[in-house]
Design a protein around this ligand. Structure first.
Ligand code: PEP
Ligand code: MG
Length: 889
């Protein structure tokens, strides 16, 4: 390919914009946009190598044609702009090299600072700045970072050399070292580099740059990055951009520094900027969490001008982006430079507050506010907190880094967290500070506690991302990871000891503080009210007890979309009665046993109808195979064997033998595909009859008491054939009529509909619709039967491998498989409505509370989604977002 025809792989910051995020990466687009804004926003110049260049490099393991030439030209432009040349012996240009993918990947990609230093230019830097110590400190940092990031030399080798130097000098801090020490360290570091890589440290800045660019490209396929993408469902083919930017120095003395800031309070969303800052330091020191940081009030005290500038810049950026921003900045000898801006990741509580406040401030519309909230994260707002009524003695305080409360056994490594969590233990991961390798432990832990780092530390960012509580920077903790102990003021805790932590307040205690269920605060309420104005998709809850119904209603459910009646048979006092019913040898005995269950079911239905006054309640008749209610076969056999050996014939042994016989009669090879759902109703109509009697009786009683007709929908599960529904419908109609007549009551209002949860039902939905007032898509079973994936097994068996192998990118039981299961739903919607225009359409599988699936159901034209209680608010917001997406489509 000729040079002229080569694709454009390099963009100066002044050429890019926020719209070019896919091409330039998030960081590149952010820097370019800030460069365009100008005014108070000062950005050091530079250029971005595109994500396409990275993709091309990954394909051939070579720089694509034209890239090196374009970099060379961009570098020449940068040198002109900066008025300095790379490698210059008098006044060298130094650059940073940073990765930046389309989505930010915290802690995953690595940065190289001070690139361009060598044995000549270090003297130029010292001359230009008049600060020899600074120049040598920068050089040793560069050699260290380059070796570590670009060539994979273990960072601890360098740290040990620094420690040795400090020990030899008898000092404690890096800042106690002088120019001579750093010069010696630089030589040591270069020797380490040569020993570890087998090559001399590259002195040519252009070679340094080449290697750094290659390393950034390569880091896209590093283990940490691949793992992060897998967990966050970021496609592998996006690639990363590379940003090459003129260095500004936060480590030039007391009027310099580096920091990160949010345009609003990062954890609560309160309308004041917040941040972490270090004097005389480079940016990496702030985010690594190795030094404890200062806050913005400190910046105001020590550098009032820079603080004023930063406040103005944050306001400007927020107005420009119409969203809360998260920035990186450096102050070089009193002048503020912006290095990055992006929409701030924020915990759910901050997200709702920011969205509501920004509408109040006239910055955005309500619709935009809804768009700013990550619906899926809202469930976190319904997370537990410490019981405020309970007094306790704090063990230690730290930074309130990620909200919510948790308690559990202390563990000190990610591996231990995983092991104990797998054994069913709640654990809290306690670390000095955290790094990418700890992330697997975050998943396993209920909460994270660190001794170092602030709100911008790795621990804080990752925990917030995952919606886990985190307390960071609890400096009083003395952690001994080898001994697996942590001490505070002479009190020592060991692995396995209990602690409770409150990430909203930054508190830790050894007391077993009760956790309370969370409440919906005022900002959250406002967001939900706006969502309700915008959405057209209804939101119901899956609930099967009066208490759950009340809770669901409080969370905004507009009805119950699924009451699984089998759950009502599982309670301890009902199990024996249910068992008696199943073991009955004939219909007469079965009816007698059912007679004992009826009042219990009826009482529950009454409670549910009362809780849901005025709102629809969809009650599904018994669904699971009957043997699920009997004891496990193996246990029965062992017990029978024991009694026989002990020659203890008698009533108990007779009963157990009867149970075993019945269990064997009912047992099926594929129970999920066996006698369940309406098949049970057809085999044992008296069971469904009892349930319908309980429903009708409850409706009559509640109507009498509250003078309002309950809105009853009776749902038949696992229907394949329209005739099944026809037979069941007749059973329901006859039973209701009989119950009403026996009670001498007026007619009960109810409708009969069906679950659509089998592929055949979707294919013949037009026929089924003639018998149904409503369809409720049971996407759990529909996914199971359409894919032939056992819903109880795949997640623990092959799904992880499927995700790894990129056969699927997430569990189809979590997010609807649009091309397959989704197509079946769409077909059933179309067919169903073609024969019954008025058929109400809903979904009650787990997917009803998953935001991505909610978008699909809205597009498919359903009337409502029904989900577990705590996801009702999630579904309300997701439904509003779906409506907005449809409007703008
Ligand atoms: C379903 O199959 O989606 C459903 C809601 O029913 P269950 O999960 O009870 O089988
Ligand atoms: Mg089902």
């Amino acid at each position: 390919m000729s040079r002229a025809a080569a694709r454009k792989y390099v963009y100066d910051f002044s050429e890019g914009s926020r719209e070019m995020r896919d091409l330039l990466g998030g960081k590149g687009a952010g820097i370019a946009e800030m460069t365009r804004i100008g005014g108070p926003v000062k950005v050091p110049p530079g250029f971005t190598i595109t994500t396409e260049a990275c993709v091309a490099y990954m394909r051939s393991n070579r720089f694509p044609a034209g890239l090196e030439h374009q970099v060379e030209r961009a570098l020449a432009r940068l040198e002109r702009k900066a008025g300095k040349r790379l490698g210059d012996v008098d006044d060298p240009l130094l650059v940073s090299v940073r990765s930046g993918a389309r989505e930010s990947m915290p802690g995953m990609m690595d940065t190289v600072l001070d690139l361009g230093l060598n044995d000549d230019s270090v003297r130029g830097l010292a001359k230009r700045t008049g600060n020899e110590r600074f120049a040598w400190d920068s050089y040793r940092r560069f050699v260290q970072m380059f070796g570590n990031v670009v060539r994979g030399v273990d960072g601890s080798t360098y740290e040990q050399a620094i420690e040795r130097t400090k020990r030899a000098k008898g000092v404690r801090l890096d800042s106690d070292l002088g120019a001579g020490d750093f010069r010696k360290l630089t030589s040591t570091f270069k020797r380490i580099f040569e020993r570890k890589t087998g090559e001399p440290f590259p002195g040519d800045p252009r070679e340094q740059l080449r290697q750094a660019i290659r390393a950034v490209f390569g880091s896209w396929n590093g283990d940490r990055a691949v793992e992060y993408r897998r967990q966050n469902r970021i496609p592998d083919h996006w690639g990363t951009g590379v940003n090459v930017q003129q260095m500004v120095f936060g480590n030039m003395g007391p009027d310099s520094g580096s920091g990160v800031a949010f345009s609003r309070e990062g954890v609560t969303g309160a309308p004041q900027p917040s941040g972490d800052f270090l004097i005389d330091a480079q940016g990496e020191d702030v985010v690594s969490g190795v030094r404890n940081t200062l806050g913005l009030p400190d910046l105001k005290r020590v550098m009032p001008k820079a603080h004023r500038q930063l406040t103005e810049v944050l306001r400007t950026l927020e107005r420009h982006y119409r969203d809360m921003q998260d920035v990186e900045f450096t102050v070089e000898e009193g002048t503020l430079y912006m290095l990055q801006t992006r929409s701030a990741k924020r915990p759910a509580q901050a997200a709702v507050r920011v969205a509501v406040d920004m509408v109040g401030e006239g910055l955005i519309t309500r619709e935009e506010a809804i768009g700013l909230v990550d619906a899926g994260s809202l469930e976190a707002l319904l997370r537990p907190a410490f019981d405020p009524a309970r007094k306790y003695r704090p063990l230690v305080t730290g930074v309130a880094a990620s909200p919510g409360a948790a308690k559990g056994a202390i563990v000190f490594t990610a591996g231990d967290a995983i092991r104990r969590a797998e054994a069913g233990v709640d654990v809290i991961l306690v670390r000095e500070f955290t790094e990418a390798d700890d992330v697997a432990g975050f998943h396993a832990a209920k909460g994270i506690l660190t001794a170092r780092g602030g709100k911008a530390s790795h621990a804080a960012l990752v925990a917030r991302d995952m919606g886990k509580p985190c307390v960071s920077g609890a400096a009083a903790l003395e952690i001994d990871p080898d001994e697996k102990t942590v001490s505070v003021d002479g009190q020592t805790l060991r692995e396995g000891d209990l602690i409770a932590m409150d990430g909203t307040a930054g508190l830790v205690t050894t007391e077993d503080v009760p956790l309370t269920d969370p409440k919906i605060g005022k900002h959250f309420k406002t967001i939900l009210a706006w969502a309700d104005e915008i959405r057209s998709l209804g939101v119901r809850a899956n609930a099967d007890s009066p208490e759950a119904a009340r809770n669901a209603r409080a969370l905004g459910a507009e009805g119950i979309g699924l009451c699984r009646t089998e759950h009502m048979f599982m309670e301890a006092d009902r199990q024996p009665k249910m068992r008696k019913m199943i073991l009955a040898d004939d219909e007469r005995r079965r009816r007698k046993a059912l007679g004992e269950l009826l009042p219990l079911q009826q009482r529950d239905f009454e409670g549910i109808f009362k809780a849901m006054r005025g709102l629809p309640v969809t009650i599904r008749l018994l669904d699971p195979p009957l043997h699920e209610f009997l004891p496990r076969k193996e246990e029965l056999i062992v017990e029978i064997d024991r009694l026989v050996r002990a020659k203890r014939r008698g009533a108990r042994l007779d009963r157990l033998e009867r149970e075993l016989r019945r269990l064997r009669e009912l047992e099926e090879t594929n129970p999920m595909l066996g006698t369940r759902g309406c098949r049970l109703g057809i085999m044992f109509p008296e069971i469904y009859e009892m349930q319908v009697r309980a429903i009708a009786g409850a409706a009559i009683n509640v109507r009498r008491r509250v003078r309002e007709e309950p809105h009853v929908e009776i749902m038949i599960p696992l229907v394949d054939y329209e005739r099944e529904l026809e037979v069941m419908r007749k059973l329901v109609d006859d039973t209701v009529a009989r119950t009403v007549a026996e009670a001498g009551a007026g007619p009960v209002r109810y409708t009969v509909g069906t679950m659509i949860e089998l592929p055949r039902a979707c294919l013949v939905a037009d026929r089924i619709a003639t018998q149904a007032s409503f369809f409720s898509f049971g996407t759990n079973d529909l996914t199971q039967t359409a894919l032939g994936f056992s819903r109880d097994d795949v997640e623990g068996k092959f799904l992880a491998r499927y995700i790894e192998t990129k056969i699927v990118d997430r569990s189809p039981f979590e997010t609807i498989d649009v091309p397959g299961v989704g197509a079946l739903v769409e077909m059933a919607v179309k067919k169903g409505r073609s024969k019954n225009r008025k058929v109400t359409l809903g979904v009650c599988g787990e997917h009803g509370g998953d935001p991505a699936s909610v978008h699909f159901f809205a597009r498919a034209g359903l009337d409502y989604v029904s989900c577990s209680q705590n996801r009702v608010p999630v579904a309300r917001v997701a439904a509003a977002q779906a409506a907005l997406a449809q409007r703008s489509a």
